[in-house]
Design a protein around this ligand. Structure first.
Ligand code: DGL
Length: 260
């Protein structure tokens, strides 16, 4: 079985890791668009175009299933990709996270994500549809992605940024939903700073949902592709995976399909 998975950069590796942990005998093809990260500040048309280029690249490997491991791409381009590739099974990171929060005894949820994801209100709408009585607070936290892409996961700058965004919610929420696949890398520090919150990230719920489809025979294989070498890339890979089958820097073919 072959699974394609893409993100704007390194954040989706948190999703890949969670999937690899539940899979057996699956070949994973991960594409991180590190040359064009962040997606979260771009227009819908651009996110669609970038997402289409990533998907077309992964389709070349004859994948059985595509995972959009980026909340921004899931929110802005998920429906578009499903229409564009009707015979491909496409999963995103939003629905599983919403289902997880819906099962908690939470009454006040904070959602953080990129300006694009938060601006789409996708989490708020889906959460309120499942739990109309809860309160949902939302906040765009755009400084967190560059911290993660830079490999800055702890220390005074990280604490200052996390406090800047989150401290006003200290007594206002009981659950924090990490609506961006980069944020799980900051999850430990968030939990230390705000120990009373339940913290939900989308990687684990998606892995739980996909696990039954990912049990084949043999060992997993991981192929990694990025559109640029970035400073933290090697360290992040070393810290995340013991063994990868291949690693390549690639250029994506431009598409003219999405018009402004
Ligand atoms: N990983 C992306 C997401 O989950 C965010 C990073 C970006 O802005 O490109 O939304």
């Amino acid at each position: 079985m072959k699974v394609g998975i893409f993100d704007s950069g390194l954040g989706g590796l948190t999703v890949l890791k969670a999937l690899v942990e539940v899979a057996e005998g699956v070949e994973f093809f991960y594409l991180g668009d590190t040359a064009r990260v962040p997606y979260g500040i771009r227009s819908e048309e651009t996110v669609k175009r970038y997402s289409l280029e990533c998907s077309l690249f992964l389709k070349e490997f004859d994948i059985d299933l595509l995972v959009i491991a980026c909340n921004t791409a899931s929110a802005k381009a998920g429906d578009f990709l499903r229409k564009r590739f009707p015979s491909l099974d496409i999963y995103d990171v939003i629905e599983p996270a919403v289902e997880t929060v819906a099962k908690l005894k939470t009454t006040k949820v904070g959602v953080i994500g990129t300006p694009s994801t938060v601006g789409s209100n996708v989490y708020k709408k889906k959460l309120l549809r499942k739990k109309p009585h809860i309160k949902v607070f939302q906040k765009a936290t755009p400084l967190l992605v560059p911290l993660v892409e830079e490999g800055l996961l702890s220390g005074p700058v990280v604490d200052a940024v996390l406090n800047h965004y989150l401290s006003e919610w200290k007594n206002q929420i009981d659950t924090l939903l990490l609506g961006c696949t980069h944020y799980p890398l900051l999850e430990e520090r968030i939990k230390e700073l705000f120990p009373n919150w339940s913290v939900v990230n989308s990687a684990r719920p998606l892995a739980r949902k996909l696990a039954p489809h990912l049990k084949k025979k043999g060992s997993n294989k991981i192929h990694l592709f990025f559109t640029d070498k970035t400073a933290f890339l090697k360290n992040m890979l070393k810290a995340t995976f013991n063994k990868v089958e291949s690693f390549e820097i690639v250029s994506l073919k431009p598409t003219e399909e999405v018009k402004f």
